[in-house]
Design a protein around this ligand. Structure first.
Ligand code: ADP
Length: 425
């Protein structure tokens, strides 16, 4: 039955008022409108008139009435939720809601901040985490008993999510920063260990090489004494043996000296004494030393450095050492009957000494490797020809140490040319 009162309560704009008007309240637990207690009607009027989300829950059945601002909060449960008992509408959060309403019906106002509800509000069957800030105010009846709970609610899910995402990001940034730090520390430790191991290795090699040189020099000295006949007459056979001992001694001494040189360069212990050095004189002095070995192997040595006026800025001994190494290599890797030439080219700022051979040559992919320490292109061949693969590493380091540069060009089976470019004096 419609009365003026009912018209007044639900009159006005809005979807919820329309739903309320259409609802058969007489059939509900709240009973016909004209029998509603005054405080229920007042609460409904306040709730429907509010621009903020509000819901009224009334009677022992907790029958729900809500306004337009509230309806978006309940998803697919709208508009079915109107006039429905709370626990029938929200079975999934009954255990959370019961204690709240128990307090409200005892006359207590319940204030919640970011209260968590796992809701099935879109009827998908899966529970969705939602958070609300809410006030539940008890609505008294004329008798003083509590008739219902009037609430204002604001959803705070976005805020909570944003905050926890931020916290998560912060946390991740902190797991990441710690990992980065640990990684950096591990790398630093490893680098330190490598440097320490390298230092220990250099130290060991330096001591060993030095210690080996002393007995090797003694061997050379005593061979010389015997060769000179100081210890008595020497037979031809003995002389041949002594020569072999001397060759082996020189070879070993050469290797040990290479290692010592390399360690000295590596540890930066080498001193350079730069003076103006005449290139043709330097080449000539080395050539004198080395020519007998070329003759012994029947390889032509053709020095072509005529201009004695050309000077370079270099360490005299180290320049000689590089030239000896280049010529010894040319000798080692050229077959009998071949040719080795030493050519000097006077440029604007550099003077280039080229040691060219008609030897076995070097494959293109090996060309740059031969300057690395302990690299030998063909170990079977070089084993036969002795050496440990340090000569070129030392030579390039020595060259660079005095502002020069050592490069190579080669054709396999045709020959190689090593070029030492030195700064002009
Ligand atoms: P080593 O001669 O003691 O083996 P080097 O550092 O002087 O060490 O030379 C490294 C390698 O480069 C040699 O083992 C050889 O394979 C190659 N090589 C050097 N000089 C020549 C050359 N003139 N002709 C061919 N190969 C060469």
């Amino acid at each position: 039955m419609t009365s003026g009162v009912s018209f007044d309560l639900f009159a006005g704009p809005g979807e919820m008022r329309a739903h309320a008007r259409a609802f058969d309240w007489a059939a509900s637990a709240l009973g016909p409108l004209d029998q509603w207690p005054e405080s229920l009607r007042t609460s409904v009027a306040i709730m429907l008139g509010s621009g903020f989300p509000m819901v009224l829950v009334w009677g022992p059945e907790l029958i729900q009435l809500y306004n337009d601002a509230y309806s978006p909060l309940i998803g697919a449960k709208h508009p079915r939720a109107l006039g429905l008992p709370t626990h029938a509408c929200w079975p999934e959060i009954r255990s959370v809601q019961e204690p709240t309403f128990a307090r409200v019906f005892r006359g207590e106002t319940v204030q919640l901040t970011e209260a968590h509800y796992a809701l099935n509000r879109h009827d998908t069957g899966t529970l969705e985490d939602a958070y609300f800030d809410a006030t539940f105010v008890p609505v008294p009846l004329a008798s003083g008993a509590i008739g219902g709970s009037l609430s204002v609610l604001f959803e705070s899910t976005d805020r909570v999510r944003a905050r926890s995402a931020h916290a998560e990001r912060e946390e991740l940034r902190e797991a990441a920063a710690a990992a980065e730090l640990a990684k950096r520390e591990a790398v630093e430790r490893a680098l330190h260990d490598v440097a320490e191991a390298n230092r220990a290795k250099s130290e060991f090699l330096a001591v060993m090489s030095h210690e080996l040189r002393t007995p090797l020099n003694a061997i050379g000295g005593y061979v010389e004494l015997i060769e000179l006949g100081i210890r008595g007459p020497v037979t031809e056979e003995q002389r041949t043996d002594l020569m072999r001992i001397r060759t082996a001694q020189r070879h070993l001494l050469g290797l040990v000296t290479d290692v010592l040189d390399f360690v000295r360069i590596e540890t930066g212990r080498l001193q350079y004494t730069l003076t103006n050095v005449c290139v043709s004189e330097s080449v000539a002095s080395v050539e004198v030393l080395i020519r007998p070995q070329f003759q012994a192997k029947n390889i032509a040595l053709e020095p072509d450095c005529p201009d004695t006026r050309v000077h370079v800025r270099a360490d005299r001994e180290k320049l000689a050492q590089i030239l000896v190494n280049l010529l010894t290599n040319a000798l080692k890797f050229t077959d009998a009957g071949g040719r080795v030439s030493v050519v000097c080219e006077d440029g604007e700022s550099m003077v280039t000494v080229r040691v060219r051979d008609t030897g076995i040559g070097i494959a293109p992919d090996k060309l740059q490797l031969i300057f690395d320490p302990f690299v030998q292109v063909d170990q079977r061949f070089t084993r036969r020809n002795e050496g440990v693969g340090l000569g070129l590493a030392i030579s390039r380091d020595l060259a660079r140490g005095m502002g020069a540069e050592l490069t190579v060009e080669s054709t396999l089976g045709v020959g190689s040319t090593f070029s030492l470019a030195l700064p002009r004096a």
